[in-house]
Each structure stands twice: as structure tokens, then as C-alpha cells.
Design a protein around this ligand. Structure first.
Ligand code: TMP
Ligand code: MG
Length: 226
């Protein structure tokens, strides 16, 4: 007898620029879910602990050089190596908060000049998020917060391109939704102004999360970009 009342977990992705407060907010959200007795797990991509993750880490710290396509595929492989465990966790009823996902994969590589559809293809079929939050912050705000770090993409020019591409991603989905376009990705995007105080950003995120916790478990988990 299958327990049809058991609710699946919800997949929540948090995307944004370096310095947008993503990791802080992801951590705060995990804590809040725990307080509310919602089983939740926090994961992040790249997961630098696996063998593939270690290659990515070396690349980001400029300890190795790789062709743009090769590193793109490694980032994707790093998600695929965890895909089964993500699905299992969700089906056991645990919600997942994921700090970066395939959308980072696409926008960072497109910023380097790779074609959009080529960049999406290796991630086709991954578990699709029920909610994708884009934490938007201006380069000025990022600078106020102490600027970027030392890693490969943490340069203002790159961050500006990445920001524009993230916003396009979100807008494209919203447009498709309004047109009732069947080719829509089925990913619900919410853009959050992450230039505000930590508390305000936390509250905005919590509102969206409460909504998705109500709705998403009734639907089956979807696949990304199929
Ligand atoms: P992190 O700062 O969140 O650890 O991410 C490291 C960098 O890797 C960040 O600049 C974004 C970039 N990135 C990609 O280029 N492709 C990807 O698929 C992911 C997940 C991150
Ligand atoms: Mg970073």
C-alpha cells in the first residue's frame, strides 16, 4: 500500500550574482524551515567535495585551465552526479534548498560567448525546481558590500553580463507564462531585490516559499527543459 498522503519535498533554487547574499539567505531559509518543522536540506552547486567538484574548484581558483565547453560540462556533470540523491530526498518528503543550479550554469557560460541552447542541453532532464528565486543586486551594491573575491568570474565586467542574462532568463519565462506559451520552461521565477536589508530579503523569500510549500507537493516533480 502506497501512502498517497505523504507529501513530497519541494525543490527551491536560489540564484544570483556573487555577493548577492545567496548563501546567507539559503542558510537562513533552511533554519526557518527547520523551526517550522518542515524537513529541509541545504545543498549547493558547485559541490566542490566530489572528484568533479575538485576539478571545478581548481579551475575557479585559476589553478588549472580548461576549455570553456569542458568546464561547462563539468559543472553539469556535478549536478548529474547528485541528481539521484536529490530525487530520493524529495520523494522522502524533504525539501531541498539549492544554492545555484543549472541557470548559473547557463548564464555564466553564455557570458563567455557560448550559445544559449548549447549551454542548456547537458542539463535537460535534471529535476526541475518548483521555485527559482533570483536575488538581484546591482554592481554598485556588490561593491559596497566589499566587492568581489579572487575567483575566476568575480570581475565586475563578467558580473554585469551575468546579471543581464539572469534578468533575461526571468523575463523570458514571465513572458511565456503570460502568453500561455506551451514551450514555457515550467519554472516559476521570482525576482527578489537583494539590495535591501537582510531582514527584508528574508521576509520576501519566506512569503514565496510558504506559497510553494502549499502548492508544489500536489504536483509531480518535473524535469528541466524537456
Ligand atoms: P560559488 O561562488 O557559488 O561557489 O560559485 C562559483 C562560481 O561558479 C560562480 O562564479 C558561479 C560559477 N558557476 C558556473 O559558472 N557554472 C555553474 O554551473 C555553477 C553552479 C556556478
Ligand atoms: Mg563565489
Amino acid at each position: 500500500h502506497v501512502d498517497t498522503n505523504k507529501k513530497r519535498g519541494v525543490l527551491i533554487v536560489i540564484e544570483g550574482l556573487d555577493r548577492s547574499g545567496k548563501s546567507t539567505q539559503a542558510g537562513a531559509l533552511a533554519a526557518r524551515l527547520a523551526q517550522s518543522n518542515v524537513p529541509a536540506k541545504l545543498i549547493k552547486f558547485p559541490d566542490r567535495t566530489t572528484p568533479i567538484g575538485k576539478m571545478i574548484d581548481a579551475y575557479l581558483r585559476s589553478q588549472s585551465d580548461l576549455d570553456d565547453r569542458a568546464i561547462h560540462l563539468l559543472f553539469s556533470a556535478n549536478r548529474w552526479e547528485l541528481a539521484t540523491s536529490i530525487e530520493r530526498t524529495l520523494s522522502e518528503g524533504t525539501t531541498i534548498i539549492c544554492d545555484r543550479y543549472a541557470f548559473s550554469g547557463v548564464v555564466y557560460s553564455v557570458s563567455k560567448g557560448l550559445p544559449f541552447s548549447w549551454c542548456k542541453s547537458p542539463d535537460i532532464g535534471l529535476p526541475a525546481p518548483d521555485l527559482a528565486l533570483f536575488l538581484d543586486v546591482s554592481p554598485e551594491k556588490a561593491r559596497e558590500r566589499g566587492g568581489y573575491g579572487e575567483e575566476r568570474y568575480e570581475k565586475e565586467e563578467m558580473q554585469k553580463r551575468v546579471r543581464e542574462l539572469f534578468r533575461k532568463f526571468v523575463v523570458r519565462e514571465e513572458d511565456a507564462e503570460q502568453r500561455g506559451d506551451a514551450s514555457k520552461d515550467d519554472v516559476t521565477w521570482v525576482q527578489i531585490d537583494a539590495g535591501r536589508s537582510l531582514e527584508d530579503v528574508k521576509e520576501s523569500i519566506w512569503r514565496e516559499v510558504q506559497r510553494v510549500l502549499e502548492d508544489a507537493p500536489r504536483r509531480p516533480l518535473r524535469r528541466l527543459w524537456v
